[in-house]
Ligand binder design. Structure first.
Ligand SMILES: Cc1cc2nc3c(=O)[nH]c(=O)nc-3n(C[C@H](O)[C@H](O)[C@H](O)COP(=O)(O)O)c2cc1C
Length: 204
């Protein structure tokens, strides 16, 4: 298996509906291709990690790099892995905001405006901390009693990430319905998109 991470710039600011469409498309395809990972979006910038079978990941990254929704894709890391780090996410997603960053240990001096290609490409430690957000805990089956407290903390952190992911999708649905509602009646396509997002929330 392989894990690839990259940064890119959105071609234009992504609306809630555009993000929801991208997320639903990615999750559906990734489940079918047994891919896992996470995607962060903020300040017109994407940070994505994708992992799975070598050929499948490489092929997808090639497809993604030709996607007109973003430009300047810059691969940050490409490494072989023995086990998945995002095993529970067909594509974990979060929008990067100042308020959200305030809650991340180690990122309090980092603002959403620093979430840009130039800064992130030069600060691997910040990227690592951001990527940590969705990483699933892994415990050796022989974990000692002594480590049990850490195990519980990791478990809680994981549940928190899951809850954050649900809130993120739910707010994308609400925002996109509000945005679309202001312009006129909801289209069939928009209704289908919301329906699929609600379906993915129910599976959690
Ligand atoms: C930032 C970004 C991340 C993406 N991530 C994924 C992904 O994880 N999985 C995926 O299948 N497509 C992803 N895509 C979309 C692909 O570029 C492409 O549009 C899609 O795979 C085509 O799917 P389809 O054959 O179902 O139309 C991403 C696109 C962008 C702009």
């Amino acid at each position: 298996m392989i894990q690839i991470s990259y940064l890119s710039r959105a071609s234009e600011a992504m609306s809630a509906q555009a993000l929801l469409a991208l997320l639903m498309q990615s999750r559906k395809n990734n489940v079918a291709r047994n891919l896992t990972g996470m995607l962060l979006y903020g300040n017109g910038t994407f940070l994505q990690v994708i992992e799975g079978d070598d050929a499948v990941v490489e092929q997808l990254v090639e497809t993604i790099s030709a996607d007109p929704r973003h430009t300047t894709l810059q691969v940050l890391g490409r490494r072989p892995i023995e086990r998945r780090q995002y095993s529970e996410w067909s594509m974990g997603f979060e929008r990067v905001t100042d308020a959200g960053l305030q809650q991340v240990e180690g990122l309090r001096d980092f603002g959403a405006s620093d979430f840009n290609l130039d800064f992130l490409a030069r600060n691997q430690a910040v990227v690592d901390t951001l990527m940590e957000r969705y990483r699933s805990p892994h415990w050796d089956p022989l974990v000692r009693e002594l480590d049990a407290k850490d195990k519980v903390i990791d478990h809680l952190r994981n549940n928190l990430a899951r809850a954050r992911g649900c809130i993120e999708v739910a707010s994308l649905v609400l925002e996109s319905v509000t945005e679309a509602g202001k312009k006129g009646p909801l289209s069939e396509e928009h209704l289908r998109l919301c329906d699929s997002a609600l379906g993915s929330l129910r599976q959690v």
